[in-house]
Design a protein around this ligand. Sequence first.
Ligand code: F6P
Length: 373
Amino acid sequence: MTKHIGILTAGGDSPGLNAAIRGVGRSAQDHYNMQVIGFLDGFRGLVDNRSIRLEGGMLAGILTRGGTILGTGRDKPHRMMFGGKKQDMTDVIVENYNNHHLDALVCIGGGGTQKNALLLMEKGINVITLPKTIDNDVGMTDTTFGFDTALGIATEAIDRLHSTAHSHHRIIVVEIMGHRAGWLALGSGIAGGADVILLPEIPYDLDAVALAIRDRVRSGKKFSIVAVAEGALPEDRAVRVKAAEEARDKAKDDKARKKAKNELIRLQAEHINHTSTLSRQLEELTGLESRVTILGYLQRGGTPSAADRLLATRLGTACTDLIAQEHYGVMVAARGENAEPVPLIKVAGNKKLVPPDHSWVISARNVGTSFGD
Ligand code: F6P
């Protein structure tokens, strides 16, 4: 019996998505004679029933393209804005899945997508996922596609910032994506030789950062590069965030939960312009001029690296092998040279953060990088 499979891409776009769509689509059709359709704009396309047939021609020439030919979105199936209010659309998704006579649904996404896929699995859909995100923060997989490309882009940016910081004897504070996980700031900071790296996982002391920069000046280096992850926090705010998160998770009633959530919203508001504030504070504390560069969406755009194309193709074809074996409810994880199925129940909500004693952190410290702690 010919199998019918659906594919969607969800969450932030990430280089390698098209390589993964091609990997799944080509191997499904050419190797297993399956029929493949793509749903547009993430889970919303599955609700609205917007799909395209992913036949041969559609999959040609996309290996090297950034973004996703299917479009993406951050909608959650169980809390989707629909008709002006947030609604649980999972039953509609199940209905459309059945109407298309699908045997499996491939969801390509990051941490949020793994959770959403688990919900759909619990509703009876044969789900299988692939891990993508430039943040590299999906648990139970060695890495995610998109990370290597973003790492290259951020590293090149830091390289370029070096020469201008050096020429002007300035501090340059470069903001790198990653709200909760600092892998990208850490990796690019090390590869680009940043003098200070600030991560969400290692709260920083402003005075320690300023001291590291002044020490460099004393040793004759009048410029510094500070690589700061979006979610890096000064120690005092990190303590307040942790307390509010704990209060939210332990809240016994709606009132306590709301209070904790409001505190988290206040803390998020305080974090806006964090990088500019940090730059200004460092000017005051060091007497050097400081400038800010926010890399933003440049890190996600454009053609995927060779490593990401290879990883996405490997995981995509392994995904089709698993569908052929009717092995569902799993994420196709990268494990060394292999691709291995990991139950979604173990992946959903399992965020991979940088352990403060991770070997990359130790290496960086050993070459004199400050983490501001
Ligand atoms: O999840 C990937 C990511 O690029 C994060 O690094 C970043 O914080 C976030 O997405 C930005 O989200 P959005 O695309 O919704 O602005």
